[in-house]
Design a protein around this ligand. Structure first.
Ligand code: NFS
Ligand code: SF4
Length: 669
């Protein structure tokens, strides 16, 4: 296939070219080899849930309209949708479960090298689980919190504890529809049950169960993962770091950490700074030991320690193709089996560490709660010993961009940054939205995939368009890594923002594009939305906020689970792909129109970026209209108490945020 290597993301393209020249297969080659892909599968109309199938339903009416069992297009497409969501929920939640186990082991003193770092958050989560803290040791509290978190996966009765963090009105919506998530494992199991041959055959009923299952992810498993990780490894704070393939070092032992759970990468990071290891590295002629992250592990390490981010999902093979990687160590999720082949073309050792994720042909060094530090050292030692085997004539580290990035914008950080240390609150954010400097907030999250070439850069284009329209952007996952790599997550990028947003960024010193973490950290965005509602002035439910959620280059099932929990939480959510249910127009209509009546949020699948940007902006303005904050005289509704509050916040933050100035900068009233 003729390829154009002239593109914006030169570093990735240079390495892809190098791979091609060296006869090293990439995911792009394999994508090409898969063409044409199954048209029925793409639109959700291929069922192989029983052995009377596989059954295809022809959306054009020229072939069969039903599967052997009689399942129609709606049933088949809706069942697929549910299974996607269930698989995504299972992935995030199993990650959350591991963290709960680790917290318990740490509290019991069984997990060498780990410690409880954020005691404030421990107390917050303890309060949520109604775990008493009075006069108890940190370890006792942590152990009980861990046990309570673990119980969320299999509790026989009741619903998810973290769902109580949602605004009251949101909880009522869920109760009315009977979609408040029960035990996490139960929702996933029930999804598999309902979607098997001969069970749930009403597409609306199926999609509503996808709602409940996805909530068990966002307000269950993923939130448990994030909150407990913060307790163990610390809640991220603003920090500078670097991103892109250029972070790989010419003269150091390079170790890539790839996957999702910080458990492994945190220990490899500690082990890499062990004096014994540094000495060993020196002995083989290396200037040091350098770690770089791939995928969401990269986001976790960047957010908490400023460890450089080498790249997102579709850059994993390219990072290996630099020929400068002594070892790549992986745990779970988004690890391409193709990495093993790329590594085998070089001296690179590939090491799997989770009993859940082995890869044929690679070395397996199991890391568990008890042995992590010793095993991490073993991995670092393997990398050091491998350094002399690096063939320098084959090393190619792109010299182009190595971007600075400022990360660490959790819902707590946003509160402190905008509200000030003494009066941490969402008031200033709400006020800036109400006065129109910030029109709204959009989460731009999710995957990158090998369907798009590295020079097709939809995230950057969309994000720039949004900030130019005074929309604050919050990012997680590989979408965040993509914009980080492009240097968009630094305060200087505010020059691309509209006037109102720029003023806020200037005053606070923050980037217009905020890095909020990994994919499980989308739960941070849910909490931010809840806080905005609770702060007041922007309606009584998440569905009233001028916000939206976006994923452009959807790849993993996890992303569909995320999208669906945003929708079910009341957020308008847009994906830049075709709908996975597009073969079943009724299901599609239910997702993109009728669901809004029920849950307040809805889906759009829109591959055209310009159209998507317009949909988002129109939606935000519609929500602002409904809130009455697009009307000038609205300002007069502030009473004295409100004014006093605003004055305090204004002095707390910066002069530019004084309420008196607020309306002069509005672009559109
Ligand atoms: Ni999220 Fe992270 Fe990336 Fe997609 Fe994969 S790494 S959990 S799934 S590809 S964003
Ligand atoms: Fe075909 Fe029905 Fe079996 Fe699916 S469940 S494979 S549609 S017979």
């Amino acid at each position: 296939m003729a390829r154009n290597y002239e593109g914006a993301d030169r570093e990735s393209l240079e390495l892809l070219k190098k791979m091609e020249e060296g006869g090293i297969e990439s995911s792009y080659d394999r994508y090409d080899a898969q063409q044409p892909q199954c048209g029925f599968g793409k639109i959700g109309l291929c069922c192989r849930h029983c052995q009377m199938g596989p059954c295809n339903v022809d959306p054009f009416g020229r072939g069969p309209k039903k599967g052997v069992c009689g399942a129609d297009a709606n049933t088949i497409a809706a069942r697929h949708f549910v299974r996607y969501v269930a698989a995504g929920t299972a992935a995030h939640s199993d990650h959350g479960r591991s963290v709960a186990h680790l917290l318990i082991a740490t509290a019991r003193g069984e997990a060498k090298g780990y410690k409880i770092t954020d005691i404030k958050k421990l107390h917050e989560v303890a309060a949520l689980f109604e775990v008493s803290t009075e006069g108890r040791k940190v370890e006792e509290i942590a152990e009980e919190v861990g046990e309570m978190a673990l119980a969320e996966f299999g509790k026989a009765y009741g619903t998810q504890a973290f769902a109580k963090k949602a605004p009251i009105n949101r909880q009522k919506v869920w109760e009315k529809l009977d979609v408040t998530p029960r035990a996490i494992d139960r929702e996933v199991t029930e999804s598999m049950h309902r979607t098997g041959m001969g069970t749930d055959q009403d597409y609306k009923n199926l999609i509503l169960h996808a709602c409940r299952t996805s909530l068990a992810d966002g307000w269950g498993g993923a939130m448990i993962a994030t909150e407990l990780q913060d307790i163990l490894f610390g809640t991220p704070k603003p920090k500078r770091g670097t991103a892109n393939l250029g972070v790989i070092r010419e003269d150091e032992v390079n170790i890539l950490v790839h996957g999702h759970e910080p458990q492994m990468s945190e220990m490899v990071a500690v082990a890499s700074q062990d004096p014994e290891m540094l000495k060993a590295a020196e002995a083989v002629g290396a200037k040091g030991i350098s770690l770089a992250g791939i995928c969401c592990t990269a986001n976790e390490m960047l957010m908490r320690h400023g460890i450089p981010l080498a790249g997102h999902m579709k850059m994993q093979e390219m990072a290996l193709a630099t020929g400068a990687i002594e070892a790549i160590t992986v745990d779970i999720q988004c690890v391409m089996q193709g990495d093993e082949e790329v590594a085998s073309h070089f001296h690179t050792k590939m090491i799997t560490t989770s009993p859940k994720a082995k890869i044929a042909g690679t070395q397996h060094i199991e890391i568990n709660d008890e042995n992590a530090y010793e095993k991490a050292k073993e991995i670092v030692k393997i990398a050091i010993d491998n350094y002399p085997n690096r063939d320098r004539s084959r090393v190619y580290i792109p010299k182009g961009k190595k971007s600075d990035v400022v990360v660490g914008f959790t819902h707590e950080t946003i509160k402190y940054m905008l509200g000030g240390t003494y009066r941490a609150s969402y008031r200033p954010l709400n006020d800036n939205i109400m006065n129109g400097r910030i029109r709204g907030v959009v989460g731009v999250v999710g995957c990158t995939s090998s369907i798009l070439w590295p020079d097709q850069m939809p995230y950057m284009d969309l994000v720039n368009e949004l900030i130019a329209n005074n929309i604050l952007v919050v990012q997680t996952g590989c979408a965040a890594a993509e914009c980080a790599r492009e240097g968009m997550m630094v305060p200087e990028h505010m020059k691309n923002a509209g006037e109102g947003l720029r003023e806020v960024c200037e005053a606070v010193g923050m980037p217009p594009v905020l890095h909020a973490g990994s994919c499980v950290d989308n739960s941070r965005i849910l909490i931010s939305c809840s806080e905005m509602v609770k702060e007041g002035g922007l309606g009584n439910d998440i569905s009233e906020l001028p916000v939206a959620g976006v994923c452009l280059d959807w790849m993993h099932e996890k992303a569909l689970a995320i999208g669906h929990y945003f929708v079910t939480s009341g957020v308008y959510t847009l994906f830049g792909t075709k709908s996975p249910a597009s073969g079943a127009p009724d299901v599609d209509k239910f997702l993109s129109e009728e669901l809004e009546e029920l849950v307040g949020g809805k889906w759009s699948f829109e591959p055209d970026l310009k159209v998507m940007a317009k949909l988002i902006i129109d939606h935000i303005e519609k929500k602002r209209d409904a809130l009455g904050i697009n009307v000038k005289k609205e300002r007069k509704l502030y009473d004295m108490e409100d004014r006093r509050q605003l004055a305090v916040d204004g002095s707390d933050v910066h002069a530019g945020c004084e309420p008196g100035l607020a309306h002069e900068h509005r672009k559109k009233d």
